[in-house]
Unconditional design. Structure first.
Length: 480
C-alpha cells in the first residue's frame, strides 16, 4: 500500500473516532438536558396537582357526607380535567387501591412507585412499552389515617424521538464530513508525498546506473533536508562509482602493462636462449646473447621485487623512528656514487643538520629511485644534485630533500602520470637502463605511508627538480 493511502486511512480512522465520540457526547448531553427538563416539568405538575387535591380535601374533610374514596375520586377528576397538560395522566391511589385513573391502563402503573414511600419524599420511575416512554411521579399524603398517593404520568416519548433523530443526523453528518475530509486529506497527502515520489523515481534511476540525477526539491522541512542529504549521498555515490571505475580501469591497465612488461623480457630471454641452444654461434655472439639473457633476467628480478614491495606496502604498516637527516642523505650518496660514476655523472650533495621520522630503508628506496631516474634522464658528464635542509611549512618544521638534474625533463602529461604503475615516458631508454616503470609508484606509496609530500617541477630539455618534505617528529609528539 502506498504511503499516501496509509496516511489517508490512518487520518480517517482517527477523525471518525474523534467525530463519533464528540458527536455522541453532544447528542447525549442534549438528551440528558431534555430529559431533565421533562422531569422538572413532571415534578412541578405533580406538585400542583397534589396541592390542589389536598386543598379541596381539607375543605370537605369535616363534612357530614364525607367519604374519602368518593371525595378523592371526585376531586381528582375535576383537577385532572382542569390542570393537567396534554400527554399527562393522573392516578390516585388510596392505600393499595387505585381510586382514580385518568386512563384505562392503570394496571400498568409500576407497583414499586409507592412501596415503602414516606410522606416527605417524591419518587420517579421511567417506563417504556416498546413504543412510548413515560415518567411516573408519586407524591404521598396522609389523610384521616389513610395513605394517599398522587401519581402523575407524563409522556416523554418526544425526548427519545429527538435522541434518535439526533443520532441519525449525526450519522449523516459524520458520513458527509468523512467523505469531504477524505477528499481534502487525499489531496494534501498527494502534495505532501509528491517529493517522496520524486525521490523514489530518482532512486530508481540511480539503481539503473544513472548517477548524475539529483532531487530538485526546495522545501524548508524534513523532506527538504532529506532531499539535500539524498543529493549529497548521490554525489558521494557518483564519486565513489567513478573512483571504482577508475580503479578497475587502472587495475586492467596494470594487468595489461604487467603482462606486456613480463612478455618483453621473457620473449628476449627465450629467443636468445633458443639461439644459444640450437645455433652455432661465435664466441662474441654467444656472449652477447648471454648478456641479453642476464640483463633481462635482472630486469625481471627488479620488477618482481618492486611489485612485491608495492603489494606489501599497500596492505601493511611500517615501523617509524627518528632518523638523522644528514646522515641518511650521506648513506644514500655512498650507495649512488658508484652508479653515477658508471655514467660519468657528478653527484653533488649538501645536507643541513636535522631529523626525519620514518623507516630508514624505505626512505632510502625513495631517493635511490629518484636519483636513478635523474641518472637515466641525464647525459654523460652532467651534474645531479642531492640536497637537504630544514624548512617551515604551514607553521610546522619539515625536512626538505631536493633531487635536481639538467636532463631531458618531462612533459605535462608525463608529470601527471609519473606515479602510475608501469608508466614509462621513454620506454626504450627505461628498458635499456633496466627499468620496469614501477619505481615512482613505489615512491608514491612510501611517501603516503610517511605522510610526506612531493612536488615535481620539470621542463622538457631543461631538467627536473623533485622536492620531498618529511615530518621531523612523530604524530604523537605533534599532538602533545
Amino acid at each position: 500500500m502506498k504511503f499516501r493511502y496509509k496516511v489517508l486511512f490512518v487520518n480517517l480512522i482517527i477523525l471518525s473516532v474523534i467525530l463519533g465520540f464528540t458527536g455522541y457526547l453532544f447528542v447525549y448531553r442534549n438528551y440528558k438536558q431534555a430529559l431533565d427538563v421533562e422531569l422538572r416539568n413532571a415534578a412541578s405538575e405533580n406538585n400542583m396537582v397534589k396541592a390542589s387535591i389536598e386543598y379541596e380535601l381539607l375543605s370537605v374533610l369535616n363534612s357530614e357526607t364525607y367519604k374519602i374514596s368518593d371525595d378523592v375520586s371526585r376531586i381528582a377528576k375535576r383537577v385532572d380535567s382542569g390542570m393537567l397538560l396534554s400527554g399527562s395522566t393522573l392516578y390516585i391511589k388510596l392505600e393499595d387501591n387505585i381510586v382514580y385513573s385518568g386512563a384505562e391502563d392503570e394496571e400498568t402503573i409500576p407497583g414499586e412507585i409507592t412501596t415503602d414511600q414516606t410522606t416527605d419524599s417524591k419518587r420517579y420511575i421511567y417506563q417504556d412499552n416498546g413504543k412510548q416512554y413515560y415518567v411516573y411521579v408519586s407524591s404521598p399524603a396522609y389523610i384521616n389515617n389513610a395513605n394517599l398517593y398522587i401519581i402523575t404520568r407524563k409522556d416523554i416519548t418526544n425526548v427519545y424521538s429527538q435522541l434518535n433523530d439526533n443520532l441519525q443526523f449525526l450519522k449523516i453528518i459524520s458520513i458527509i464530513v468523512l467523505l469531504v475530509s477524505a477528499l481534502i486529506m487525499y489531496l494534501i497527502s498527494v502534495l505532501l508525498t509528491r517529493p517522496l515520489e520524486k525521490l523514489n523515481m530518482i532512486t530508481t534511476k540511480i539503481s539503473g546506473g544513472d548517477y548524475s540525477v539529483r532531487a530538485d526539491i526546495d522545501t524548508n522541512d524534513e523532506v527538504g533536508e532529506l532531499a539535500d542529504n539524498f543529493n549529497t549521498m548521490a554525489g558521494s555515490v557518483e564519486d565513489h562509482v567513478e573512483e571504482l571505475k577508475d580503479m578497475v580501469k587502472r587495475r586492467d591497465q596494470f594487468v595489461a602493462d604487467f603482462t606486456h612488461e613480463m612478455k618483453t623480457p621473457m620473449t628476449t630471454i627465450i629467443g636468445y636462449a633458443d639461439s644459444v641452444r640450437h645455433l652455432e654461434l661465435s664466441e662474441e655472439e654467444r656472449d652477447m646473447s648471454l648478456e641479453y639473457i642476464y640483463s633481462e633476467g635482472i630486469r625481471l628480478e627488479t620488477m618482481s621485487q618492486k611489485l612485491f614491495d608495492l603489494i606489501y606496502l599497500k596492505d601493511n604498516d611500517i615501523f617509524m623512528e627518528e632518523l638523522d637527516a644528514a646522515e641518511l642523505g650521506e648513506q644514500i650518496e655512498h650507495l649512488m656514487q658508484p652508479i653515477m660514476k658508471g655514467k660519468n655523472i657528478t653527484l653533488k650533495t649538501t645536507f643541513e643538520e636535522g631529523t626525519v621520522y620514518g623507516d630508514a630503508e624505505l626512505i632510502k628506496t625513495v631517493f635511490i629511485n629518484l636519483l636513478d631516474n635523474a641518472r637515466k634522464a641525464s647525459e654523460e658528464r652532467s651534474v645531479v644534485s642531492f640536497t637537504g635542509k630544514v624548512k617551515e611549512t604551514d607553521g610546522n618544521k619539515v625536512y626538505e630533500y631536493l633531487v635536481e638534474d639538467t636532463g631531458i625533463g618531462m612533459s605535462e602529461e608525463t608529470r601527471k602520470r609519473v606515479f602510475d604503475e608501469f608508466y614509462m615516458a621513454d620506454k626504450s631508454r627505461t628498458r635499456k637502463e633496466g627499468g620496469a616503470g614501477l619505481g615512482m609508484s613505489l615512491v608514491s606509496i612510501i611517501l603516503e605511508k610517511h605522510n610526506a609530500d612531493i612536488d615535481i617541477e620539470s621542463e622538457e630539455g631543461k631538467g627536473t627538480r623533485v622536492y620531498t618534505r618529511w615530518r621531523m617528529e612523530s604524530e604523537d609528539e605533534e599532538e602533545a
